[in-house]
Design a protein around this ligand. Structure first.
Ligand SMILES: Nc1ncnc2c1ncn2[C@@H]1O[C@H](COP(=O)(O)OP(=O)(O)O)[C@@H](O)[C@H]1O
Ligand SMILES: [Mg+2]
Length: 334
């Protein structure tokens, strides 16, 4: 960590400024240097004057950063597990499992009839429920109750939520929107990352859009694609919650791959067999409760490949219709 330049250190952990101030260290002019280099440039008398012990300072800075990270609930993206401790069904009966642990890079799907409680489960996770929601469930992060203070923190959000309805109210272009987001996350090269996100979004969306397209003018599928690409590439949130992504007119499979390749924990409520079977496990919700937890079998994974073929036939037919073509048997062949 101390090989970073002071500038990078401040960017990553803005609170270190406070450490420098408390210790009356004037870092001005040393922004490009590492903290160690800065210390070695201080003059002996000055150090004595301020009663500074160089070796002590280095360790103090390191432990200050660790403590602040803990205090702020910043995880550096280091969420290794998310655990759901059981609660109750709508009728008050206890859920028939004790706990479900989900590890980094795992995809979990959530299935169940409309009104059964899929969105509720996602909301429990987003809120890091501590027995204080209608389900009575408890959510643990890295085997510890999540610190409620991050619930209110606009930065370092633990969870990114992709929900059914996304209404943009800002009057900016897609490119500006991403750049704003990149800046708020103190990304060093917003221009470059914004290109990357736009490219990824266009791979997901059926119809392409450009950086100049006003976000209010994006179709449902395009805005969804933009949010997914933005979340996958820019969001530091280690947990991604997806509520019924299927009708959005995007390449769901690519979307999922993009999200998962970033070491995240992904939970998605879905009615889509293709998505449900792509997950490692699926949670079956019934009457508000987690009724069953099913590990996707080998047979189901094989079936999933067949379903993908059926799906691409449907996609080609849809695309062809959209282009104003007459449909024929060719949709069955690539
Ligand atoms: N275990 C539960 N106890 C009490 N109310 C619940 C429970 N689970 C879900 N609900 C409530 O039932 C309603 C429907 O749930 P919701 O999550 O929206 O269903 P779905 O997303 O599956 O369509 C919501 O008002 C939700 O708060
Ligand atoms: Mg729902």
């Amino acid at each position: 960590m101390l090989e970073l330049s002071i500038k990078e250190l401040v960017k990553k952990y803005p609170f270190v400024i406070e450490f420098f101030e408390q210790n009356r260290l004037d870092i001005k002019g040393f922004e490009e240097k590492s903290f160690e280099e800065f210390l070695s440039c201080l003059d002996e008398d000055e150090l004595e004057d301020k009663a500074i012990d160089i070796r002590g300072l280095k360790n103090e800075l390191l432990s200050y950063i660790e403590q602040m990270k803990e205090f702020l609930g910043i995880s550096d993206g280091q969420v290794n597990s998310l655990t759901i401790l059981s609660g109750k069904y709508k009728d008050g009966k206890a859920e028939p499992f004790e706990k479900l642990e989900i590890r980094k890079s795992e995809i979990i799907s959530i299935v169940g009839p409309t009104g059964s409680g899929k969105s509720r489960l996602l909301a429990d996770i987003e809120w890091a429920a501590q027995g204080d929601t209608p389900t009575g469930r408890t959510i643990l992060i890295n085997n510890k109750p999540a610190d409620p203070k991050w619930r209110y923190s606009p930065n370092n959000k633990l969870v990114a939520q992709l929900s059914q309805n996304m209404n943009f109210v800002m009057d900016v272009s897609a490119g500006e929107f991403i750049k704003l987001h990149a800046q708020s996350r103190m990304i060093s090269d917003p221009e470059k990352i914004s290109q990357e996100i736009l490219q990824a979004a266009n791979k997901l969306a059926g119809e392409s859009f450009s950086s100049d397209t006003p976000i209010t003018g994006l179709s449902g599928g395009q805005s969804r694609a933009l949010m997914i690409a933005d979340t996958a590439i820019l969001s530091a949130s280690p947990i991604v919650l997806i509520d019924e992504i299927e009708n959005a007119g995007i390449d769901r499979k690519k979307a999922l791959k993009l999200l998962v390749s970033k070491d995240k924990i992904v939970l998605m409520a879905t009615h889509d067999p293709l998505l449900a079977l792509m997950a490692d496990k699926r949670i079956v919700i019934k009457n508000g409760g987690i009724h069953k937890i099913i590990t996707t079998t080998k047979e189901e994974k094989e079936l999933c490949i067949k379903l993908e073929k059926v799906d691409s036939v449907m996609q080609r037919a849809r695309q062809s219709l959209r282009m104003g073509n007459a449909l024929n048997d060719e949709v069955f062949f690539e």
